[in-house]
Design a protein around this ligand. Structure first.
Ligand code: PML
Length: 241
C-alpha cells in the first residue's frame, strides 16, 4: 500500500491538503484527483503543490469509526456554549477550552494544537506547525456507507468522511480526551467536537460564512508520553473500518 499526500500553498500559506492510503493501481487516479483539488480551491490559486507518494513499510492498524451525530446550532455563540458543555462533561477545564479556541481562531497552523486538558498549556513541539494527522484512510465500503448516511445533512459528504477519519484515528488513543475542529475553509461553516464518549458530533453554524479562521485542537490527558503520541498521529498508518 502507498501513502499519497498533497499540500498546496501560496507564499507559504496553506491553501489545501488531502491524503490517503491506496493500492499501487489507484495512484494515477488519486494524483489527478488531488491535483484538481489543489488547483480549484476557494482559498485561492496555490504557487506550490507538493505531492508525496510513499510506500508504507510498517504494519497498518485498523480502528473503528466514531458514531456520527449532528447538532443544529443557529449561531457561533450557541455552538460555542454547546461545545463548552460537552468538553466540561469530560472534565476539560475552562482554561483549556479558552486556549483551544484562542489558538484555532488566531494561530493558523498546518496541523492541530495539543492542549493539556487541565492547564491549557500547548504540548506540541512545533508551535508554528502543530501536529499533522497523517497516513489515514477510510475503508471503501465504510466510506460508501457513511456517505449514504450523511448525504442529506452534510453540504460536502467527502469532507465529512475525511474529518471522521482523522477524528477516529485521533480518538483511538486513550491520551486524547476530545477534539474540536472548525474548518479553515471560509465557505464551510459546519465543524465538530468528538470524543469516545459522545462520538463525532457535527455542529452547524460553528462560524459565520466568509470567516477564514479555523483549525483543530486535541485535548490531552496528562501526564503522557507526548512524543510517542505525536509519532503515532503523524506516522502510524491507520485504516478506519
Ligand atoms: C462535517 O461536516 O462533518 C464537518 C467537517 C469539518 C471539516 C474540517 C475541514 O475543513 O477539514
Amino acid at each position: 500500500m502507498w501513502s499519497i499526500r498533497m499540500r498546496a500553498s501560496k507564499e507559504e500559506k496553506h491553501i489545501s491538503g488531502a491524503e490517503g492510503i491506496y493500492s499501487e493501481k489507484e495512484i494515477k487516479r488519486v494524483l489527478s484527483k488531488y491535483l484538481t483539488r489543489a488547483l480549484n480551491h476557494c482559498r485561492g490559486k496555490p504557487d506550490k503543490i507538493v505531492l508525496t507518494i510513499e510506500k508504507i513499510k510498517e504494519e497498518i492498524i485498523f480502528v473503528s469509526p466514531l458514531k456520527i451525530h449532528t447538532y443544529f446550532s443557529d449561531s457561533p455563540e450557541s455552538a460555542f456554549y454547546f461545545i463548552k458543555d460537552k468538553l466540561k462533561s469530560l472534565n476539560i477545564s475552562e482554561k483549556a477550552i479558552q486556549k483551544a479556541f484562542y489558538v484555532i481562531k488566531n494561530c493558523p497552523l498546518r496541523g492541530a494544537t495539543l492542549i493539556d486538558y487541565l492547564s491549557g498549556e500547548r504540548l506540541e513541539r512545533d508551535l508554528q506547525r502543530g501536529v499533522r494527522v497523517s497516513r489515514i484512510q477510510m475503508d471503501s465500503k465504510k466510506r460508501i456507507e457513511i456517505i449514504r448516511k450523511v448525504k442529506n445533512i452534510s453540504p460536502d459528504p467527502a469532507r465529512t468522511v475525511e474529518a471522521l477519519t482523522i477524528a477516529s484515528k485521533v480518538l483511538s488513543r486513550k491520551e486524547v480526551l476530545a477534539e474540536v475542529c472548525i474548518s479553515d475553509n471560509p465557505d464551510y461553516t459546519t465543524g465538530y467536537v468528538a470524543s469516545r464518549d459522545f462520538g463525532y458530533l457535527r455542529i452547524t453554524n460553528i462560524k459565520t460564512q466568509g470567516d477564514n479562521a479555523g483549525g483543530r485542537a486535541f485535548f490531552i490527558k496528562t501526564p503522557c508520553e507526548i512524543d510517542k503520541l505525536i509519532e503515532f498521529l503523524e506516522r502510524k498508518p491507520v485504516i478506519v473500518k
